[in-house]
Design a protein. Structure first.
Length: 134
């Protein structure tokens, strides 16, 4: 029995010694690869002609100015400077209810005459005349 115990202890020692010796991760040689880079172009970017912003105030239950003339690509910004709520409602645009200090913007991309009103106060009317930009 002592012989068996001695063999068991030796085998246990070998097992523990090999189990604690961790495996080193294999390392592979990395060969650098040259990645082609596109040549730099000599093209200078051209500035985009951004439209202008035309201001319309909502004041004393009216649009001021009542009529504006703009070009396609221009934006109209309405600002409620009145103490009561209003909307800006046209054939292709409709603001939410604008409280005092709120603004609404609309970019006009198509030529035409756009009549609009305040849906809360239908007697408040305005017009945006849009001409095609040349």
């Amino acid at each position: 029995m002592r012989k068996e115990l001695a063999v068991f202890i030796v085998l246990l020692g070998i097992f523990l010694a090999t189990g604690c010796a961790g495996n080193e991760p294999a390392t592979s040689a990395v060969t650098p690869v040259e990645t082609p880079v596109a040549p730099v172009s000599d093209v200078t970017p051209q500035p985009v002609d951004e439209g202008k912003i035309v201001e319309v105030d909502i004041q004393n239950s009216s649009f001021n100015p009542q009529s504006v003339e703009i070009l396609t690509g221009d934006t109209v910004r309405w600002t409620n400077k009145d103490s009561i709520a209003h909307t800006v409602t046209g054939p292709t645009f409709d603001s939410e209810v604008l409280e005092n200090g709120d603004t609404y913007e609309f970019l006009f991309t198509d030529a035409g005459t756009y009549n609009y009103k305040c849906s809360i106060h239908p007697s408040m009317k305005g017009t945006v005349v849009v001409t095609e930009k040349k």
